[in-house]
Design a protein. Structure first.
Length: 202
């Protein structure tokens, strides 16, 4: 199994990629309509764990991404617990960012602002133009943005909210979440530019 790493609560976490499983941002019914019949388990209101044959892993991922957001499934190397990533990350700034600082950060990584939890905490979504998968982005931000960011976390499926006390803040100022329908236009905070995202990168 391929190994990689990311960060959790500010610490490096080593991961192992599962060779027979994907995580798809779609319901089991929608996945069946795509023509897949493997084992399925809904792991959140919007995502499903899909079992696939090892030899079909990459081809199944490519096929699913034509219609939905999909990722490899991972588990932690230290304790074997599942680590099911999404195309969303959570950022905590060290200080309340000005509109200019926030816009520059979002523009730098070509992200979409989904939710403002507090003056320092934000939920963001990756786009095709981000140019890397969520694991690599979380590593990059944690390792290069220490002057600006307190931490950068994955928004996991089966997310244990006791792990991130800082994100228990009551959401009093939500941003309207863009539609997740494939090929729908999503507005980015990059000047006044609007782009279309068509395929999520893993």
């Amino acid at each position: 199994m391929a190994k990689t790493y990311t960060y959790r609560k500010g610490k490096k976490v080593r991961l192992v990629k599962k060779s027979n499983m994907l995580v798809v941002r779609a319901s089991p019914e929608d996945i069946k309509r795509m023509g897949f019949t493997g084992s399925m388990q809904q792991v959140s209101p919007n995502s499903t764990r899909l079992g696939v044959n090892r030899e079909d892993l990459d081809s199944a991922l490519d096929e699913i991404r034509k219609e939905a957001v999909a990722h490899h499934a991972y588990k932690r190397e230290d304790n074997g617990s599942e680590f099911l990533i999404t195309d969303r990350i959570m950022i905590t700034f060290k200080e309340y960012p000005s509109n200019e600082v926030l816009s520059a950060f979002i523009s730098k990584y070509v992200l979409i602002l989904l939710t403002k939890y507090s003056n320092k905490e934000y939920l963001l979504r990756l786009t095709d133009q981000t140019g890397m998968n969520p694991l690599k982005l979380v590593v990059l931000i944690n390792e290069t943005e220490q002057n600006l960011i307190e931490n950068c976390e994955h928004d996991l499926n089966l997310f244990n909210k006791t792990e991130l006390k800082s994100f228990k803040t009551i959401n009093k100022n939500p941003c309207k979440s863009p539609t997740t329908k494939k090929n729908s236009p999503l507005l980015l905070l990059k000047g006044e530019m609007a782009i279309k995202t068509t395929r999520r990168i893993l």
